[in-house]
Design a binder for this molecule. Structure first.
Ligand code: GSH
Length: 206
């Protein structure tokens, strides 16, 4: 049995986990998930039935991880040799932007794509404030940082970078020079390209 079981559908956020798995050189087995016939083994470990979901077959038992951002960080933790964990100095930036992408960016982009926007009275309660505030804040950071933690690629870039990459590809994020430059740097990575090839997405469509 492989060390990791990866429940996956290439037309999904599963691509984020695929890229992370390739970055750390994990040994994993893919269980394909059709939306209209989800395997019971997926539902048993994740009643949400969502992708990505991984099960790590550790020496002391199985460990399930869901949520793309958590999977990225977990993989960096169990593969420290890949060098994608933050140093002490980098931790603040790493966790700040990893959670910013999983929270405000995800909410802002999903809301906009589905036609929801908070009124000005609701903005204080909405974690992302509004779409423009969230996007401008991400741009503010990437204007002066090549990667989330500065000049070095870390696992946070797989998740934050996927948000930017997908946003530009689907037009759910506006074109900004720092977004385009960041996505270009990430798309040149060997593990990114390998993941897209394995998912049959090497042409760029997600
Ligand atoms: N909060 C999850 C979201 C995962 C998610 O929504 N995945 C979608 C595909 S992109 C899914 O599995 N949809 C199938 C369904 O909801 O039945 C994460 O961050 O990983």
């Amino acid at each position: 049995m492989s060390t990791i079981t990866f429940f996956h559908n290439p037309m999904s956020r599963g691509q984020i986990a695929r890229w992370a798995l390739e970055e750390v050189g994990a040994e994993y087995e893919v269980v394909p998930v059709a939306w209209d016939a989800k395997p019971q083994a997926l539902i048993d470990v994740n009643p949400m039935g969502k992708i990505p979901t991984i099960v790590h077959h550790a020496a002391d038992g199985d460990r399930t991880v869901t949520e793309g951002a958590a999977i990225c960080h977990y993989l960096a933790e169990i593969h420290p040799e890949a060098g994608l964990l933050p140093t002490d100095r980098e931790k603040a930036d790493y966790f700040r932007w990893l959670f910013f992408a999983a929270g405000p960016v995800e909410q802002a982009v999903t809301g906009k794509a589905m036609g929801f926007a908070p009124t000005s009275e609701q903005e204080g309660m909405a974690g992302f404030g509004n779409f423009d505030r969230t996007v401008d804040t991400l741009e503010w950071w990437l204007d002066s940082h090549d990667y989330v933690c500065g000049d070095r690629f870390t696992m946070a870039d797989v998740y934050v970078g996927s948000a930017v990459d997908w946003g530009l590809m689907f037009g759910t994020l506006p074109e900004r020079p720092s977004f385009t430059a960041y996505a270009t740097r990430l798309r040149a990575r060997r593990a990114y390209r390998r993941g897209k090839e394995l998912d049959g997405m090497a042409g760029g469509a997600a």
